[in-house]
Design a protein around this ligand. Structure first.
Ligand SMILES: [Zn+2]
Length: 90
């Protein structure tokens, strides 16, 4: 499982293994520390993490927004949970 996080310095979305405590930002090199950076959503694997990040960036860009509200983060989690349920139930 991976967590989608965001660099506090340059606002780049990234992801981190749920057992990792920190990760360096691939863009600016800032340390992204669990508990200090915002955690958006937990996903199954890094392919899904990449896909969610693309969607997040597209959504924010389209709406000319800096960040998600707590409500939008909640919606994102609900949508993702439905997608996972669909792909794993035969
Ligand atoms: Zn950064």
């Amino acid at each position: 499982m991976y967590l989608i996080i965001r660099c506090e310095n340059c606002a780049t979305f990234s992801y981190i293994d749920r057992f990792q405590k920190w990760k360096l930002c691939p863009v600016c090199g800032e340390t992204m520390q669990r508990g200090s950076v915002q955690e958006y959503i937990e996903v199954e694997n890094h392919h899904e993490a990449d896909a969610v990040i693309v969607e997040l960036e597209r959504y924010l860009h389209q709406n000319n927004r800096e960040n998600l509200t707590a409500e939008e983060t909640g919606k994102l989690r609900a949508v993702y949970a439905r997608l996972v349920a669909r792909s794993t139930s035969w």
